[in-house]
Design a protein around this ligand. Structure first.
Ligand code: PLP
Length: 405
């Protein structure tokens, strides 16, 4: 059995999306900046995609700027907004959280080196922040608030509308990284008080290498790439026509019928959580109240995330421990550490991210396989032996875990 349960890392391109992309390589291959009809056709295809992206989030077409990925949209929004507000208004403070994606955290860290002050709001032990925390942190010196819509590792969904309202009230620009949320929860930038928002294509069945930044009309957006006049002079470079067309189609599909799809996925997610929680000394990371429909994140003490993943791969299951972008690093996830978890628990995490293409049979197989693999690894684990063999030490983890029977 081959099961893909890592949709938060990336998704396959759907056949119906591939079929709208292919003509961009073979027939409609003109340069969108060329004035002859082949070029104009490509430009029309891009503008159609722009209006699809805008419609999907309650924006206007001229508020969408295509980028090469979600990371680029984050870098653009955060760095250029911060630098502009320092230049124009002398503001030097940025507010974010301590569990953002590295596309945000490394951007704010780069700005710290340029002299900005960054406040990293601490998330609660179940992975949330409140609008009050944001309100308390804002000062006259705040240039920008950037807070993710939903966390990529633990799937918690933050109170974006309320945070946006506070920022509006205090006259501070609000950017949100919606890379994990788009297509999974309904988003309307207008009613949710969002000034800037980052989106990526490859999480919603478009190919890798395309995304967009939404920037509300009236808000100044500095040029990010210098060169040609593409993206209304803000982001130079010949457009990725096929990727953009795919993103337009993908976002339309992903934002249509969200509730029905989510209901089906939540049933599978909750079954995974319920059954995997029966594994002794395990825990669910992140609260379940406001959580992405397809996200499961669990820790199993005595088990290294890497060996769990390798064993699952041998059994045909693709999953992840933490975010794909940091796999290869042996450091425990900064998201799990932000929840206040000790390294021993943060190391043994498993993220399963499922979608509507997963089946009940696959969920059964995942439950059975994860349980077996955990038992097998623990049988060989000296840490597990110490914890359960009376050497002590388990007491300090016990309150965070299901009991060892
Ligand atoms: N932001 C979040 C929350 C993500 O999960 C990711 C990718 O995993 C990104 C940003 C980066 O997006 P991209 O891979 O398109 O650069």
């Amino acid at each position: 059995m081959k099961i893909y349960a890592d949709n938060a890392a990336t998704t396959p391109v759907l056949p119906e999306i591939l079929s709208v992309m292919l003509p961009c390589f073979t027939e409609n291959y003109g340069n969108p900046s060329s004035i002859y009809s082949l070029g104009m056709n490509a430009l029309r295809a891009i503008e159609k995609a722009r209006s699809q992206c805008a419609a999907a989030i309650g924006a206007k077409s001229n508020e969408i700027y295509f980028t090469g990925c979600g990371t680029e949209a984050d870098n653009w929004a955060i760095k250029e907004t911060a630098r502009r507000l320092r230049r124009e208004k002398g503001k030097t403070e940025i507010i974010t959280t301590n569990f953002e994606h590295h596309a945000v955290l490394h951007s704010t860290q780069a700005l710290e080196k340029e002299g900005f002050t960054v406040k990293y709001l601490p998330v609660s032990s179940d992975g949330y922040i409140t609008a009050n925390q944001v309100s308390d942190a804002i000062t006259d010196n705040t240039a920008l608030v950037t807070i993710m819509y939903a966390n990529n590792e633990i799937g918690t969904i933050l109170p974006i509308k309320e945070i946006g309202a506070i920022c509006r009230e205090k006259g501070v620009i609000f950017h949100t990284d919606a890379v994990q949320a788009i297509g999974h929860v309904p988003i309307n930038v207008t009613t949710q008080n969002i000034d800037m928002m980052s989106v990526s294509g490859h999480k919603i069945h478009a190919p890798k290498g395309v995304g967009f930044l939404y920037c509300k009309n009236g808000l100044k957006l500095d040029r990010f790439m210098h060169g040609g006049a593409q993206e209304r002079g803000k982001r130079a470079g010949t457009e990725n026509t096929a990727g953009i067309v795919a993103l337009g189609e993908a976002i339309t599909l992903a934002t249509t019928g969200i509730e029905e799809r989510a209901a089906k996925i939540i049933l599978m997610r909750d079954r995974l959580i319920k059954e995997l929680s029966k594994i002794p000394a395990s825990r669910v990371n992140g609260g379940c109240k406001d959580r992405l429909p397809g996200n499961v994140n669990m820790s199993f003490i005595g088990i290294e995330g890497e060996s769990l993943l390798l064993n699952l791969d041998l059994a045909g299951i693709s999953a992840s421990s933490g975010s794909a972008c940091t796999s290869g690093s042996l450091d425990p996830s900064h998201v799990l550490l932000a929840l206040g978890l000790p390294h021993e628990i943060a190391h043994g995490s498993l993220r399963l991210s499922i979608n509507e293409y997963n089946t009940d049979d696959e969920i059964d197989y995942i439950i059975e396989t994860v349980s077996k693999v955990c038992a097998k690894i623990r049988a060989m684990s000296p840490l597990w032996e110490d914890l359960t063999g009376g050497k002590g030490g388990f007491e300090r983890f016990a309150p965070l875990l299901t009991p060892i029977k």
